[in-house]
Design a binder for this molecule. Sequence first.
Ligand code: FPP
Length: 221
Amino acid sequence: MIMDGNGRWAAERGLPRVAGHRAGVETVRRVVETAPGAGVDVLTLYAFSEDNWSRPPREVTALFGLLEHYLARETSRCLEQGVQIEVIGRRDRLPDALCRAIKQSETRTRQGTRLRLRIALDYSSRTALLAAANAAPGTLTREDLSRALGPDVDLLIRTSGEQRLSDFLLWECAYAEFLFTKRHWPDFTGEDLMNAVAEFRGRKRRFGGLEAAEVAQLQTA
Ligand code: FPP
């Protein structure tokens, strides 16, 4: 999920941008709570991109503070609910306290099997692709790269009206279905997630081939 529109949500209410991010954390809670029941077993949230470093330092610091707070507050609940927390992206530029919180959450929740929650932090898909390619000893296969990066995306949801990938899971989205909603991230609800998954289930995915029904029709023709 590309969680977009926190700033616009705040501006519409005459609030500072960080108030939008704070409200966005509540949405993260709702979505994580709803995801397993909606049939989602891997959920990747784009929390901070490499390009987000160009934001004012105050906003960056506030975002890292919110993330640290979220991990401190939600890890026990995630543990209870069988949610495994995993952070993807660079760690070397993150504040030490946040790195410690990440390590703790990852270690404490590593046995979770109901939902794999991946939080993309200081993340760039291009950087991740380059790192995987450079770490490979010989010729890379598709399987090697997929293993190094993570599971393929079935459904990509972006809130707040923009229709772009913004350097998120480029390889993994090769056959993803896209769903864009005008709703700002802080207004996104558990029901919105349920509806999105229902819409996804109704899509005809062909992966470049034909659907089973089309093949059957050809065989009977
Ligand atoms: C995009 O909105 C949102 C972000 C860059 C940050 C997302 C972070 C959170 C929701 C909070 C922490 C996350 C977790 C996983 C606990 P924007 O600021 O670009 O909004 P705008 O386009 O309206 O300005």
